[in-house]
Design a protein around this ligand. Structure first.
Ligand SMILES: [Zn+2]
Length: 258
């Protein structure tokens, strides 16, 4: 039987060498050594742990285990390239695609957005971050005592600004952050929360930071991508005729000055 198992493993190795299967379907890490049998994708070990948290969508198996011929056939019929064409068919140009060095929150939400919520197959599911308007409450770290307080935030592309308000019924915002100078990065360790987001902006020619989080991971990643969408759309207007790729390159260059 050992000979037969060896033969089967060779078949699996052949499938792994096919274009698309040589990197993790979710984070791009080379040489994935796990697979999702239900989704038909090869993934790295770190991503396999995240897949385990959505067992109703994804059933994972190590390539080191013993494989049935039927499971190998399934992986040969599906695979990373076919899965990408299905689950990533409508990823917006501004949407952040995490790599293996990104925080767990971003990687997990990317996996859930793709396979659990099917956000990139149905454009209407992208409204929380692509509508050009978003409002809601975030926990914001106080400047003086470091305590987090609930604050109302409004992102409005047409006004070119992200604002927050100290009191719920306040008419005047506490801060107006211009989209053209806005940048956001996840900083869970620095902020002491897995959903911690650092928002950087320019005011009176100096760099300011605020630190926020939302207790719901999807909500926080939606805020992050809504900010990216607003910036992307601002740059599309500022650089008419530029391709999506060029706009992304402009964005990275401009962020260096923040
Ligand atoms: Zn991965």
């Amino acid at each position: 039987m050992a000979q037969e198992t060896g033969g089967i493993n060779r078949l699996l190795q052949d499938v792994l060498k096919r274009p698309g299967n040589e990197t993790c379907a979710d984070c791009g890490n080379p040489e994935p050594d796990w697979a999702s049998l239900t989704l038909g994708v090869f993934i790295c070990q770190a991503c396999s742990l995240l897949h385990r948290s959505i067992p109703h969508i994804s059933r994972v198996k190590s390539i080191q285990e013993t494989w049935d011929a039927s499971d190998i056939e399934l992986m040969a019929a599906l695979g990373n390239t076919a899965a990408k064409a299905k689950y990533e068919q409508k990823v917006p140009a501004f949407y952040y695609r995490p790599t293996h060095t990104d925080c767990k929150l971003l990687r997990e939400q990317w996996i859930r957005a793709k396979y659990e919520r099917n956000e990139f197959e149905f454009i209407e599911k992208q409204e929380p971050y692509s509508a050009g308007y978003r409002e809601g409450f975030l926990w914001k770290r106080g400047r003086d005592n470091g305590q987090f307080l609930s604050r109302k935030f409004i992102l409005y592309e047409r006004e070119g600004a992200l604002k927050y308000f100290n009191k719920q019924d306040a008419r005047d915002p506490k801060a107006v952050m211009k989209i053209e100078t806005l940048n956001a990065t996840f900083q869970p360790a620095k902020i002491g929360n897995p959903c911690g987001l650092q928002i950087t902006y320019l005011k009176d020619n100096s760099t300011r930071n605020i630190f926020v989080y939302h207790s719901d991971a999807k909500e926080m990643v939606d805020w992050f991508n809504a900010i990216r969408a607003a910036r992307f759309h601002y740059l599309q207007v500022a650089f008419p005729g530029a391709s999506d790729e060029e706009v992304r390159a402009f964005d990275l260059t401009l962020q260096k000055y923040l």
